[in-house]
Design a protein around this ligand. Sequence first.
Ligand code: 1PW
Length: 197
Amino acid sequence: MESVADAFKGLAATVNSRNPQVTVKQFSDACSLFSGLFGILDTSFKFAKMDYVSKLNDLAAASRSISTLEAMIDKDIEAGCVKKFGSHTRNLLKVKQGLEMIKVLCEELLATEGDDSLKDAAIKAYNQVLFPHHQYNIQKACATGLNSLPSKSLVLLLIGETEETINVHLQSYVTASTPVISYLDKLFLSKNLGIDW
Ligand code: 1PW
């Protein structure tokens, strides 16, 4: 979890600079670090991991020929494919929504410190952030996956963290991801693309 928090600190420093130029590579590299954490999730969440991995692979592939996130969006706008399934811009928006869910999950875990339920916090974060954007069948599959989440203490053991160390990393991620998410929201809104799709 520490490497994820550090990567987002780097991204936050970039978006907080005067004329932020976030490269597709810096963004996709930081997000890819979550894959390791996803690996410990039960098989009932395999579909979620596969969906994020394919979206991140698409962004990593885009990073080889396109420099910044803004240039990537502009290219999709020119090609008229922003909202098409599988477009780089659509994948970026979905990954951003995932980052938001993880942020709310981290906040919830910090607020319920001492409580061993990861499930309750994750269900709350999912319902708040991703549920409104998902189709019925995905909502059902996510509810099943969320209900099968292991306890917080088991996950901490699997990722080599303790109650104390994890709280530091959760707080770092919350702090660093906030300006990154708001940068992405502003980027979408500045191109009149909306963020609720
Ligand atoms: C302890 C941590 C728990 C984290 C749980 C995260 C749950 C996230 C559930 C993601 C759902 C993935 C299934 C795919 C859904 C797609 O329909 C959707 N993708 C996302 C990432 O929201 C929309 O993508 P699309 O169809 O526009 O390509």
